[in-house]
Design a protein around this ligand. Structure first.
Ligand code: NDP
Length: 415
């Protein structure tokens, strides 16, 4: 590969990808950023350390994408737009013979449901063309999957349980804002929760189960069990897995706002008629809320995200935590972005680097845990996201270890 990338989406995370690519010119020889709104590309272009090219594109429109790809002739398209654009961009990559990468799996606009089935269905098409599609190369999904792959390769003979733990302990000073695209964030959090145990998916009401988790460099924080897309692929790719759960912190203030917005219908994804015009309430809400890219300036605090993994090594039961801590103010200083955008954009840039350097190769559709973890983790650490691996003592993360979801569910049902 020649080191030519086309990044689509000049939002909060896409701008980090462009800026980090521009800081690594020995790998990225040509960088092109395209998005729906050209002025957003212009703003990013101005802030890049080295020159990049820009274009306007509607990524819902395959012929427009094909024309742009044929003009730019990249090796890889890095999709940093929204999950709705995954399939049109994959179609355009197939038509033009270009590799593909994204950070979030496809979801249809009219159903708040994300799953890999739609993108996994492209397996044969990418294989036949000798092309590589790498799915979910942000932080979670992304680095968390790669932590699991690393654990499988280096720390365990067999992995039994995984708890992915995600804490944003930052303060952006706004009464309510989401750290990535508001529409996608709210659709994710308000859907029913789900986790996997002993071969089956168990559904729970949204945000109905929580426990205290002790996050590295942050401390104990109330965390909610939600469904997250990496669980679907890790169930397929981690040998011997018996249970996987995903936990995320939400402040009481966030939950309070979300409750009110939901109860008055502002999070609805179906059209309603307002003054004779059809509007979709969640899209209107997105217009009102702060853009995630606007939060960076006064953001304080840290994200602390990782995996707690239990399994067997040399006949003994072991429990390890693998994690990264990232400081909002530090990422703002480096690239003018808050830590949630940074922890998404830096892995995407690193994944593209792996492909360009020939360290990640293959034909077909891949989730990142199927690719070599060590070169990625070494590089992503150099690029700003170091990781720590530590064995846990029996005293640590006791509440998480002992949370009995079946018991909680029966208590909730009996209410
Ligand atoms: P933003 O809303 O800030 O950015 C999205 C960008 O995509 C915007 O610039 C938007 O353009 C552009 N876009 C939307 N529709 C189109 C279109 N049809 N054609 C061209 N461009 C389009 O969101 P984020 O940067 O926060 O999130 C980007 C992606 O990253 C999302 O898919 C999100 O789910 C994912 N993500 C993944 C994470 C992970 O760890 N794996 C974590 C956080 C986010 P415009 O500016 O005109 O609206």
């Amino acid at each position: 590969m020649e080191g030519k990338v086309l990044i689509i989406g000049a939002g909060a995370a896409g701008s980090v990808v462009a800026k980090k690519c521009a800081m690594n010119r020995e790998v990225f020889k040509e960088i092109h950023l395209a998005s729906r709104t050209l002025s957003k590309c212009e703003a990013v272009q101005k802030d890049c350390a080295t020159p990049i090219e820009i274009s306007q594109v509607d990524a819902d429109n395959v012929p427009e994408l094909v024309a742009l790809i044929n003009k730019v002739k990249p090796d890889i398209v890095i999709n940093m737009a929204l999950p709705y654009q995954d399939l049109p961009i994959m179609d355009a990559c197939l038509e033009t013979g270009v590799h593909y990468m994204d950070t979030a799996n496809y979801e249809p606009r009219d159903v708040a449901k994300f799953e890999y089935s739609w993108q996994w269905a492209y397996q044969d098409k990418f294989k036949e063309k000798g092309l590589m599609a790498v799915l979910g190369c942000g932080f979670d999904p992304g680095v968390t999957n790669i932590y699991c792959a690393y654990a499988q390769e280096k720390l365990f003979d067999e992995i039994h349980t995984i708890d992915i733990i995600d804490c944003n302990d930052g303060d952006h000073g706004k009464s309510f804002a989401t750290n990535f695209n508001p529409e996608i964030n709210i659709r994710e959090v308000t859907q029913r929760g789900k986790y996997w145990k002993d071969g089956q998916w168990i559904e729970i009401d949204p945000l109905s189960i929580n426990c205290m988790i002790d996050y590295p460099e942050v401390g104990p924080r109330k965390s909610y069990l939600i469904y997250h897309e990496e669980e679907e692929s890790l169930v397929q790719n981690i040998k011997g897995l018996k249970q996987i759960r995903f936990w995320m912190t939400f402040s009481d203030n966030y939950i309070k706002h979300l409750d009110v917005l939901q109860s008055v219908g502002m999070t609805r994804i179906d059209p309603v008629v307002h003054n004779g015009v059809e509007i979709i309430p969640i899209e209107f809400l997105k217009t009102l809320l702060p853009a995630p890219s606007s939060l960076a300036e006064d953001y304080t605090g840290k994200t602390s995200i990782g995996c707690i993994i239990e399994g067997v090594k040399d006949g003994k039961t072991k429990r390890h935590i693998i994690y990264n801590v990232c400081d909002h103010a530090a990422t703002n200083k480096e690239v003018g972005a808050q830590a949630v955008s940074y922890t998404t954009g830096v892995p995407a840039m690193t994944g593209a680097m792996m492909m360009i350097k020939g360290l990640w190769t293959g034909a077909g559709v891949f989730n990142v845990e199927q690719l070599p973890p060590v070169p990625f983790l070494e590089e992503v650490a150099k690029q700003g996201l170091p990781f720590t691996v530590r064995e846990l003592t029996v005293e640590e993360q006791k509440e998480l270890g002992s949370v009995d979801i079946h018991f909680i569910q029966s208590m909730l049902a009996a209410r």
